[in-house]
Design a protein around this ligand. Structure first.
Ligand SMILES: [Zn+2]
Length: 214
């Protein structure tokens, strides 16, 4: 894990045998940190075979064009958001804020709700969790209780903003409630620290907070 600093999102580097799978890429300011982390696992940076985006906001997708240019991994984006990556629009608001340009980037795999992705020996279910953006996804490994939650839900009762394009407060409440019924041990969010062993408790708190405030 590369913990986000400032505006950046968290980046997850998953070792899958001799390959590496990334979940999110940050704004692009820390791509060299990703490569260093991959090398610290005893692998070359071109072992990055797959990049999965939890959603297309620039603080999660901004590193993608450079990684694609350097290494050409398979780019996996939820079917409802792939158009933003391919058109280069990303989230216009966030792109402008960061002054980041986003060259159109080809999406190789359009992820579908409910599909299973194999990463290493683990199986992750793709779950569309609208609210922060309409096409946000979480990745859930039911057997091991591991949830990558993007910007849908964070630790300590926090949750994603709903005031960006395609944001929807009611949908976010529904999505977090749905996640709160899962047996989540370990929560790996798109910002803030990871939670080990007590993920479910944090998601239940976020469900109550979201219902109260949204
Ligand atoms: Zn976001």
């Amino acid at each position: 894990m590369i913990l986000s600093s400032g505006f950046d999102g968290n980046i997850y580097v998953l070792k899958d045998g001799d390959n590496v799978v990334l979940i999110d890429t940050g704004t692009g300011l820390f791509v060299s940190d990703i490569y260093r982390l991959v090398e610290s696992l005893g692998l070359r940076k071109d072992s990055i075979r797959k990049v999965i985006l939890t959603h297309v906001h620039i603080d999660h997708s901004g590193g993608l064009p450079k990684i694609v240019k350097d290494i050409s991994p398979k780019v996996c984006v939820y079917e409802g958001e792939a158009q933003y990556i391919e058109s280069g629009k990303g989230s216009v608001i966030l792109s402008t804020m960061m002054g980041v340009s986003f060259p159109p980037t080809k999406v190789d795999v359009r992820l579908k709700d409910g599909e299973i992705m194999e990463i290493g020996k683990r199986e992750f279910k793709v779950m569309n969790t609208p609210g922060h953006t309409a096409g946000s996804i979480c990745l859930f490994d039911e057997e091991n209780g591991i949830l990558f939650s993007g910007d849908t839900v964070f630790p300590d009762g926090a949750f994603g903003r709903v005031d960006f394009p395609t944001g929807d407060p009611d949908a976010l409440v529904r999505s977090i409630k749905m996640l709160s019924h899962l047996d989540v041990k370990h929560l790996f969010p798109g910002h803030m620290n990871a939670v080990l062993n007590e993920g479910k408790k944090h998601i239940e708190l976020a469900a109550r907070c979201a219902e109260m405030f949204l």
